[in-house]
Design a protein around this ligand. Structure first.
Ligand SMILES: [Zn+2]
Length: 151
C-alpha cells in the first residue's frame, strides 16, 4: 500500500517483502522509497510471476520504525541512502506529518486496549479498579466507569 503520492520522486509505502518471507514482527514499519527511471528492463512480477517491462524502479532509502518505548516513530536511513537521495523539504514535511498522524492513531488504539475489559474464561476484570465482574458490561459495576468490550 502506498501512503503518499510521489513527492519529488519519494514515496511512503508499506514494506514489500518477497511472498513467503514476510517478517512475523508486528511493530509498524513504513518504507520511504526513491523512484528513478532507467532503460526498459524485463522483470518478473513478484506477485503474478509474469514477465513485464519496466522503465522505472524504486529502492528503499529510509524507514519509519515505531518505537514502543517512546511512543513515536524512529527515522532510520538505510546506510547513507537518505542523504544520497537528496531529500527535499516537501518530502521531509510529508514524512513528519505522516509519522505524527500514525503515532497518534497507534496511541489511541493502545488507549482503547487499556480501557477494555480483560476477558478471562468465566469472569472479566475492570482495567481501572481491577474488580472482577461476571460480565463485560458497558459500565463497571464497581467504579462506574465506561469500559469497552473487546470483540
Ligand atoms: Zn471498575
Amino acid at each position: 500500500m502506498n501512503y503518499t503520492d510521489r513527492i519529488d520522486g519519494f514515496q511512503i509505502c508499506d514494506p514489500s517483502y518477497v511472498p513467503g518471507f514476510e517478517p512475523k514482527c508486528t511493530t509498524p514499519v513504513y518504507d520511504i522509497v526513491k523512484w528513478y527511471t532507467h532503460e526498459p528492463l524485463e522483470v518478473y512480477d513478484m506477485l503474478t510471476r509474469e514477465k513485464k517491462t519496466v522503465t522505472e524502479s524504486c529502492y528503499v532509502v529510509a524507514r519509519l520504525v515505531y518505537d514502543t518505548h517512546e511512543p513515536c516513530f524512529d527515522f532510520e536511513s538505510i546506510g547513507l541512502r537518505w542523504l544520497e537521495a537528496h531529500p527535499t523539504q516537501a518530502i521531509i514535511d510529508a514524512i513528519t506529518e505522516f509519522a505524527e498522524k500514525k503515532a497518534d492513531e497507534i496511541d489511541s488504539q493502545t488507549l482503547m486496549e487499556k480501557q477494555s475489559w480483560e476477558v478471562y474464561a468465566d469472569y472479566c476484570v475492570c482495567p481501572f479498579c481491577r474488580t472482577q465482574s461476571s460480565a463485560a458490561t458497558k459500565f463497571c459495576p464497581s467504579c462506574g466507569r465506561r469500559v469497552f468490550r473487546r470483540y
